[in-house]
Ligand binder design. Structure first.
Ligand code: PEP
Length: 247
């Protein structure tokens, strides 16, 4: 059966440990019984140990970091080494458009991070997407090829790709599921048949069903709605119901 993956990118929200605790506990309690989905929570890095404790050995809800350095160690003030992430999390978002835009991350940085993540047994969630609305997959495909430079093909099933058109992130203007499916087909040409391809961009409970209906889309990366517990739980439930998973 194909995997169904729902990632919550908390960005720099849930800014107190108390808020993060409540959010993670509520999601854990309500999402654990939802059938057929894998959930990855990506809280701010400082909260990873706390949320790891809350999730315990839950097999369905796992942890991801939002970013990491590619260097092993050294004089890089403020950075988080891959080995540090690996102690806390199984996943790491790499190449999010906010990192590319506000922290000048280049395609080469993204590629180095993908290689470092795989070296440390971390599944990179590689984000790609075009800045302005287009009618073709040229830019996300180019970004993905750059991110996978020198990555041996045997690792392709150990990565996750998130197609996140920048114009859809945080704008309330989500991309049409049919269009996302077309882009996913193009991205798939560079990937393994088992590589999950997610969509991200203004996903919420009221529009998730359209993505769940498309077999080309293996899940979603949720930003703003992932820090609203009820909304995130609804996204998980609707996805599972749309797929008609049986226990
Ligand atoms: C994101 O942060 O990757 C994202 C998709 O954000 P939002 O859901 O708020 O558009």
């Amino acid at each position: 059966m194909k995997r169904s993956i729902i990632v919550g990118n908390w960005k720099m929200y849930a800014t107190s440990i108390a808020d993060a605790h409540i959010l993670a506990t509520t999601i854990r309690n309500k999402v654990a019984p939802v059938i057929g989905i894998e959930v990855v929570l990506c809280p701010p890095a400082l909260w990873l140990p706390e949320i790891k404790n809350i999730l315990g050995d839950n097999k369905k809800i796992l942890l991801g970091a939002q970013n990491m350095a590619y260097e092993e160690e050294g004089a890089f003030t403020g950075e988080i080494a891959p080995s540090m992430v690996a102690e806390m999390a199984k996943f790491c978002i790499v190449g999010h458009s906010e990192r590319r835009q506000y922290f000048d991350e280049s395609d080469q940085d993204v590629n180095e991070k993908v290689l470092a993540a795989l070296k440390h047994g971390i599944t990179p969630i590689i984000c790609v997407g075009e800045r302005k609305r287009q009618n073709n997959a040229a830019e996300p495909t180019r970004q993905l090829a750059a991110a996978l430079y020198h990555v041996p093909k045997k690792y392709f099933k150990d990565i996750i790709v998130a197609y996140e058109p920048i114009w859809a992130i945080g704008t309330g203007e989500n991309a049409e599921p049919e269009y996302v499916a077309k882009v996913a087909v193009k991205l798939r040409e560079l990937l393994h048949t088992a590589t999950p391809i997610l969509y991200g961009g203004s996903v919420k409970g009221s529009n998730i069903a359209g993505y769940a209906e498309r077999p080309e889309i293996d899940g979603v990366l949720v930003g703003g709605a992932s820090v609203r517990a009820a909304e995130f739980i609804e996204i998980c439930r609707v996805w599972s119901n749309s797929k008609n998973f049986k226990s």
